[in-house]
Ligand binder design. Sequence first.
Ligand SMILES: Nc1ncnc2c1ncn2[C@@H]1O[C@H](COP(=O)(O)OP(=O)(O)OP(=O)(O)O)[C@@H](O)[C@H]1O
Ligand SMILES: [Mg+2]
Length: 532
Amino acid sequence: MGCASKRASDPDMDVRQLAILLDVRQALSAPLDLKPALERVLQKLESGQHLVRGAVMLRGQDGDGVQTAASLGFSTDGQRTHDELGDGIAGRVMQSGRPALVPAFSRESLFAKRAPARAGSPVTTFLCVPILLDRKAVGALAVDLEYEESRDYEAAQRFFAALAGTIGDALKAQRAIEEERQHLLDENSRLRRQLLQRYDFSNLVGTSGPMRQAYEQIAQVAPTDTTVLIRGESGTGKELIAHVIHYSSLRAKKPFLKVSLAALPTTLVESELFGYEKGAFTGAFARKRGRFELAEGGTLFFDEIGELNAATQVKLLRVLQEREFERLGGTQPIRSNVRIVAATNKNLEAAIAASEFREDLYYRLNVFSIFVPPLRDRRPDVLLLAEYFLTKYSRQHAKPIRRIATPAIDMLMSYHWPGNVRELENTMERAVLTCEGAVIHGHHLPPTLQTAESSGTLLQSSLSDAVEQYEKDLILDALKSARGNRARAARLLSTTERIVNYKVRKYRIDWRRFREPAPGSAAPGRGDRESP
Ligand SMILES: Nc1ncnc2c1ncn2[C@@H]1O[C@H](COP(=O)(O)OP(=O)(O)OP(=O)(O)O)[C@@H](O)[C@H]1O
Ligand SMILES: [Mg+2]
């Protein structure tokens, strides 16, 4: 320990103490971890104030339990420091909020009992000041100073009180930061929960097992930035799902732009996507921004990604990998923060085999794939969709149509819907337009559906037949979702296992065949095998 060269009465002592205070303030200004900062404070005191040993004790945030936040000069471990100071004088200082001073203090009596090796410690000046936070003592700064006969004890006490004040300020700031952080974390998880609840699937109609599975996948992937590949036959609702993903994501307030690759001439694709600089080619009179720039921060939906030409495939791969691109005729790379959602009804695996689609691009796009099943595989949704479109179009065309007649329902239910939801939507709009009364009848439906009727099945079908068919479909669907587990299927249908067993026997349903992985699962390529 350095020899005491300055005395408390020295005129420049205050300046030195001020310098230390300033130093300490700096050390304690917004540290993430208080412990090393407090240790630095003690080190400064050691060199500047002839500190023999010192410790900062803090009460736990819940008010009980005292811990050594930092200590210096104790050969004992933190626990011992605690025993020596926490229960003793420091404890009392914390309790009373008043400082304690022992001008000539010998630890001998203390150490003699607990640590005989320390016996013979020199006499020191012991000073302990409370650390206040909002006027409550939350800790104490305890120091042993080299004993100096002429020390100005009052001045020393003032200095250490100021120091404890600085520590209190730092503590307050740190607890505020911690509180703020905790608040932000809570807020974050609250917003996340809210976001999940707020998923607006309201314009996505369907309660069938395959659709529920699709909803789960959408909810899972929407809040991330993951690239999504949506697969399924034409008219199944791929674009609608791309919409839902965007508007359920954190990018919802940013643009959602669509690139229809099937509709865009090959020669225009690149300038549409990446834009061009003035003079990039004949006719480029001014700089034009491409869809990537226009969709910045949002989502870019590539419809019919299978139609993308080879040269543009390479460029798209680069954006996906490096998140940057250049305008045509430009040299400056432009950073891009755009989420890609792509859709296809094409068999991309076959296109890869035929060298029409890059395998590396395929893997970049196929990070998360959602399979939208054809409508014929989700029969329970047909009626729901038909009614949804009925409401939509009767409102749009201001017609007071209230319901669909049972024979017409039969026709809708038994048709195989090669054009999927789009075909059903067109069918219902047409029916609304041709309907004069309050009910949609079979003759309001297009001839393609009449074929089923003329096949004889429908003419004879009674209400009970139709209901039975519907019931059978529902049970099949539930069994599919429950992978052949009849108890679970019963729960899905809000009925009892006994009733499900009874119906399974009645309709001669072979539930065992659903025991394998659900046929509606989103295996890549499934949609394409069924594509025309
Ligand atoms: N589950 C659904 N609920 C309500 N409307 C739906 C649903 N699925 C599809 N539609 C509607 O059906 C029509 C066709 O859907 P969409 O355009 O999304 O199909 P797609 O799979 O993109 O077809 P394509 O491959 O031919 O482009 C749209 O008008 C859409 O709103
Ligand atoms: Mg589409």
